[in-house]
Design a binder for this molecule. Structure first.
Ligand code: FPP
Length: 254
């Protein structure tokens, strides 16, 4: 059946931003959980738990603003190198998030999905994620997409492998391979290009996140640590984005 979202109200939330300047697709590199916890003298993992509140608030507010897709970098292919207890904690947290947020996801008519080599996640985490995906699949509101066991290079390598297999099987003529053919083999071929990429905790890096989809993204870096990222910080990022002049390689007014 699926649910329709309540009408977004960007003009009420951000009256100073023209509605046409609200980014359709936002990607966030959620950084600084460990630093936030250490600053308080706590174990790093407490920062990940606190980060869930920021995830919930960002998703709710993006939905209210009429953002079409929000993609969050929750676990990279490199994150397996962290101490095992931290990895296990993150996997448990993801499972709990997938289970506990179902009412919230539904109330906001959000369609929940994932990208990455997700089949390599622990079974309990994977099945909770799959179930939330299934339950929300028909919702017609914002897409909330978690990048899990995700790497931008891994995604491009996986797409290249799929292309090579199709070429070897005679399903595609190698001379016909173009950008659309590659884009059709990414983890979520329906994913829009990212308009605004936000990174918290101050680092000026892309860190292997969505390499294909951020080709023309505007980047907003904030020193705020992810567990402290709240609505006003999201609003500031969108105001910053709305002021940018996007040319996509062309000339404005030409
Ligand atoms: C970066 O902080 C954050 C991560 C590696 C994981 C992101 C996870 C969350 C926000 C919580 C779980 C999210 C969901 C959707 C369940 P860091 O540990 O690298 O921080 P640091 O750079 O200060 O050490």
């Amino acid at each position: 059946m699926g649910r329709d979202p309540p009408a977004p109200t960007p003009e009420r939330i951000l009256p100073d931003v023209p509605v046409a300047k609200i980014p359709a697709s936002i990607g966030i590199i959620m950084d600084g959980n460990g630093r936030w916890a250490r600053r308080l003298g706590w174990e790093r993992i407490k920062g990940h738990t606190a980060g869930i509140d920021s995830v919930r608030e960002a998703a709710q507010e993006c939905a209210r603003l009429g953002v079409k897709e929000l993609t969050l970098y929750a676990f990279s292919v490199e994150n397996w190198k962290r101490p095992r207890p931290e990895v296990e904690y993150l996997m448990t947290l993801l499972r709990r998030f997938a289970e506990d947020e179902r009412p919230e996801i539904d109330a906001n008519a959000i369609r929940f999905t994932t990208i990455g080599r997700v089949s390599e996640l622990p079974e309990a985490t994977l099945s909770a994620l799959r179930e939330t995906e299934r339950l929300s699949a028909a919702n017609r509101g914002m897409v909330l997409r978690l990048a899990l066991n995700y790497g931008g290079r891994a995604e491009l390598a996986d797409a290249a492998r799929a292309l090579a297999a199709d070429a070897a099987a005679g399903r595609i003529d190698p001379s016909k391979i173009d950008e659309a053919a590659l884009a059709a083999r990414l983890y979520d071929p329906a994913m829009r290009d990212v308009d605004l990429m936000i990174r918290t905790a101050g680092e000026m890096r892309v860190s292997n996140f969505l390499l294909w989809q951020i080709s023309y993204a505007e980047i907003h870096v904030t020193p705020v640590l992810w567990p402290e990222f709240r609505k006003p910080h999201l609003h500031a990022a969108i105001r910053d984005f709305a002021k940018r002049e996007r040319r996509f390689g062309g000339l404005v007014g030409a």
